[in-house]
Design a protein around this ligand. Sequence first.
Ligand SMILES: Cc1cc2nc3c(=O)[nH]c(=O)nc-3n(C[C@H](O)[C@H](O)[C@H](O)COP(=O)(O)O)c2cc1C
Length: 175
Amino acid sequence: MSELTKLMKERRSIRKFKPDEVPRELIDAVIEAGEYAASGHGKQASRIIAVTNKEMRDRIADENRRIGGWQEGFDPFYGAPVILLVIADKEVPTAVYDGSLTIGNMLLKAHELGLGSIWIHRAKEEMESSFGAELLKAVGLDGEFIGVGHVALGWTDGENPPVIPRKEGRVFYID
Ligand SMILES: Cc1cc2nc3c(=O)[nH]c(=O)nc-3n(C[C@H](O)[C@H](O)[C@H](O)COP(=O)(O)O)c2cc1C
C-alpha cells in the first residue's frame, strides 16, 4: 500500500485534543496542503483564516456552540488549540466545492504530520452573522465570502481511532 493510500485509510476524526501548542511550521504545512487543492477553473476561491489566538479561538467555539444549539460549556472544537476556518469567494460558482477540497487536503496533511484534526461544521452560519463580518475585518478581507467549514487542529489526546471498513455497494461500474 502506498504511503498516501495508508494515510487516506487511517485518517480519522479526532474528538479529544491536548491543549499543547502546535508549532507554526506544522500549522503552515497543513495550510499549504490546503492551498494546493484543485479548484474550479483554477480560481483558488478558498481562503483560510488560521486562529491560534486563544481568545478568538474561544469566541469562534462559542459562536459555533450557539449555532449548534448546545449548552454553555460544550466545546464543539473538542479542545483543539488551532482553528482553520475555510471560507470561499461567493462570486465563484464552485466556492463550496473548492473550500471542501481545501479542507480535505488539510485533514490528510495533518494526519501525515502526526496531528489530530476534524472537520467542524456551521461555518456558513458563522459567516452569515455579524461575527463573520467581524472576523473578515480582523484579517482585512474585503468582499463576500461563504463559510465552508473549519479544521480543528491539534495534538490528539489518546489513540488514533481504528480504520472503519467502507460500506458495500457504493461503487458502480459502467464498462
Ligand atoms: C461536511 C462535514 C461536516 C462535519 N461536521 C462535524 C461537526 O460539526 N462535528 C463533529 O464532531 N464532526 C464533524 N464531522 C466529522 C464527521 O462526523 C466524520 O468525518 C465522520 O463521522 C467519519 O469519521 P472519520 O472522519 O473518522 O472517518 C464532519 C465531517 C464532514 C465531512
